[in-house]
Design a protein around this ligand. Structure first.
Ligand SMILES: [Cu+2]
Length: 165
């Protein structure tokens, strides 16, 4: 390799490196711009990411429990609070996807459904969302797995999964 060749390769690498940096900068700017634009309203529930805890009445959390949306899909709204889940007991059908929306009205909680891989962190005012289909009917205990105070161990609720009709 003569001197001339080396320069050629160096130049090539310089171009490649510059192109990579340019892409990185553009992607970063894109992300910043994207996150800076506030989302406008909730056109549908799937964009529900945060709720105003002082005005839960204006959200589906006003009446926690199982609902069916316009498309017939099951949505389960739950509130975590020291030291209970609301609703404390709820019936859901087996074999249908259930989308759980949960938020905390006070401190950090966890929500874990036994016999499933559902295990989520629940932050005050932030809506956690998870979709799960229960295959087997039965009683599934729901517990808090983030220590939240003296009543933590009693923070339990029950999902009663029933054979779909
Ligand atoms: Cu808790």
């Amino acid at each position: 390799m003569d001197h001339h060749m080396i320069e050629k390769y160096e130049k090539l690498w310089l171009y490649v490196a510059s192109a990579l940096i340019a892409i990185l900068v553009l992607v970063t700017i894109g992300n910043v711009v994207n996150s800076a634009i506030p989302s406008v309203g909730n056109h549908h529930d799937h964009s529900l990411k945060k709720v105003d805890l002082t005005n839960l009445a204006a959200t589906p959390f006003a009446t926690p429990g199982l609902k069916q949306n316009a498309s017939g899909e099951y949505e389960l709204y739950m509130l975590s609070q020291a030291f209970m889940f609301n609703p404390p007991e709820v019936k859901v059908p087996a074999g249908k996807p259930i989308t759980l929306y949960v938020t905390s009205t006070d401190v950090l909680h966890g929500l874990q459904i036994e016999k499933t891989n559902v295990n989520i962190e629940v932050l005050p005012g932030e809506v956690a969302k998870v979709t799960y289909t229960f295959k087997k009917p039965g009683t599934y205990r729901v517990g808090c797995n983030e220590y939240c105070g003296v009543g933590h161990a009693n923070m339990m609720s029950k999902l009663i999964v029933e054979e779909a009709k």
